[in-house]
Ligand binder design. Sequence first.
Ligand code: ATP
Ligand code: GAR
Ligand code: MG
Length: 399
Amino acid sequence: MAYIATILLLGSGELGREFTISAKRLGAKVIACDAYDGAPAMQVADEREVFSMLDGAKLREAVEKHRPDLIVPEIEAIRTEMLAQLEAAGFNVVPSARAAQLTMNRDAIRDLASSDLGLVTSRYRYATTLEEVDAAAAHIGFPLVMKPVMSSSGKGQSKVESEAGLQEAWDYACANMRGDRARVILEEFVDFDYEITLLTVRHRNGISFCSPIGHRQDRGDYRESWQPAAMSKEALADAQKMAEKVVMALEGEGRGWGLYGVEFFVRSGKAGEEVIFSELSPRPHDTGMVTLASQDLTEFDLHARAILGLPVPALIAARPAASAVILADRDSADFAFEGLEEALAADDSVDVRIFGKPATRPFRRMGVALARAEDTDAARTLAAKVAGRVRIAYRGGPA
Ligand SMILES: Nc1ncnc2c1ncn2[C@@H]1O[C@H](COP(=O)(O)OP(=O)(O)OP(=O)(O)O)[C@@H](O)[C@H]1O
Ligand SMILES: NCC(=O)N[C@@H]1O[C@H](COP(=O)([O-])[O-])[C@@H](O)[C@H]1O
Ligand SMILES: [Mg+2]
């Protein structure tokens, strides 16, 4: 059989696994890559390659070996200069090398959104030394949020209440950053009423939006999400306008086709709800796992369709649903999941996804519970209950 496309997937976690299933259902061949063997997407892909996505030479080698039609980043930490070189050499990077490059660096995407595109963001300053941190903090005020410019899933991020906390936050950011560039962003702490992810699909016929996804984060990492999130018509229109603007600005030399997770904070102001752009992922978003329960075409199906040049509907409906994460709390390479029987006892409104990661770590996401109900509040309660019933039984320590 001739495949519709050969896809080289860079990063093979839970998001990549669902994406691989979607792409394969449409007739694609998927080669899953990650730094460790047995990663979730590798378990369902046609082939695998094990190397660090930050190793440019290995990345090029994998591309030359498989000659993919599409190079699909699944994580942020990739040698993006190599993606740009590969794109220049004629390879198709999803959605574009520019998107991968700009979103990997908080300073790059923030400058684009705020200075170039004029989107509303929190006030921010950068710093590369503790002295610069002090100066930036004096400008921003307290409380503030400090993050390494290169990090994801809340790594190295802290909320700082006063001057006394700056040194600790700086040390924490430096210890948990990616790369060798000690640089942080200090952001005004936005006391938002709620936050959303707006899944935005850019495809051959234009742009389509999913219903907004509400979510709750802890330690800078997602814990639960629900869809559709209630918000005013005006606020949703503002968010859609901003999402379209930023997504359109990311195409560069690429096609720009694909699904993006655009994150916003929403707070009420004098003139109604104020929408503040936070950041975005040029790929499926972790909070978007709720679409496995809420939408007929999930965020993974939509990403696959968009990048393959297949039709994406203009209107994407969502029924009330929620997701809740299942986290590990220690290091282990010998463990088992228990409680699935009770977790799934309810009825067909609940489900789980166990990711199949070969080892646990404190706070590592190992699975997710999904629930549908008559409204999102009920769905959240149900999803949390299901997640709570799945237990990880640790039998041994790390490998
Ligand atoms: N300026 C801010 N004010 C208030 N809360 C914030 C601010 N910045 C971040 N947060 C909180 O921390 C969460 C994580 O922040 P952010 O999305 O910037 O981190 P991340 O490391 O890129 O996470 P991910 O990779 O999972 O998207 C946000 O969703 C929000 O809940
Ligand atoms: N916020 C980004 C995100 O959720 N990314 C998802 O987590 C995986 C890494 O998990 P791990 O750290 O447990 O290996 C990534 O591969 C991706 O699927
Ligand atoms: Mg985020």
